[in-house]
Write a protein that binds this ligand. Sequence first.
Ligand code: FBP
Length: 299
Amino acid sequence: MATQEDTTPTEAVSNATTITRIIDVVAAAAPEIRAGLPGRRVYAETDNPSGETPLEADIFADDMLRDRLGDLRGVGEYASEEREEVIDTGTGGLSVCIDPLDGSSNLKPNNTMGTIVAVYDAPLPAAGTDMVAAAYVLYGATTTMVVARDDTVSEYVIDQEGDYETIREDVSLPDDPTVYGFGGRVPDWVDDFADYAEEVESDPSMKLRYGGSMIGDVNQVMTYGGIFAYPTLADAPEGKLRVQFEGYPVGYIVETAGGRSSDGERSLMDVEKDGLHARTPVYVGNEEFVDDLEAAFDD
Ligand code: FBP
């Protein structure tokens, strides 16, 4: 939670301190976001910038994070998937992009959802190479958080007070991958991707793990190794996921954990930043899987 010290515009804080404060604020908000979900399963009154109708839960989580992160000294800009425009806090500093409730269509069937955090040392929309930290909270059977910063990935469990404890340090993708999860309607997959998916499925060591929330599905890959894709689609070549809010942060986390990310041709971190709400196909996982995927598109 923002403290008096955070909101008093005195001397500048270091980026490292600001990143720690951002992570602390997100962890502190997580149990409150979780507790606020049961009464917010209904649709909100207005569409988001991507033309989708958010749930009241999306708006609730966004408002909470905007208030608390926007008040943090060292945060100069706040943007979220639910808002058209970037909010300039007027104090200068790092830029934060939030997907407040990733996978919120999973609220009704009571499946996993996440909060995604991307921190850039540049005005928004930023480039992938401007990213200085990324994190996600996963609301599953327990509430966990994965943070990539300073070239390392850590996983934490968050308690009901918003305090967090390390459960894995120096997280790296396992060498013996076992899971895959591919989004989008199968009939909408382009032939190259359908052929690649068939190749993955024919590997007897691989099993399908797909729940419809990117963070839940990516965390399967972070835990067991393998590949997650929300691919290019015949009627939506850019796929569904957003560059600033989903593509860059998840690419950064998986790459920091020793894996690879791609849009089909290049690392997600090198995808053009093309507007705040631009989309990109997302392929992340163990290096050999993403290499094969790129080769499939290159044929
Ligand atoms: P939201 O950010 O609007 O929740 O959309 C993202 C997402 O829910 C991802 O978490 C998931 O991978 C994907 O959309 C699933 O979309 P769909 O069910 O439409 O294929």
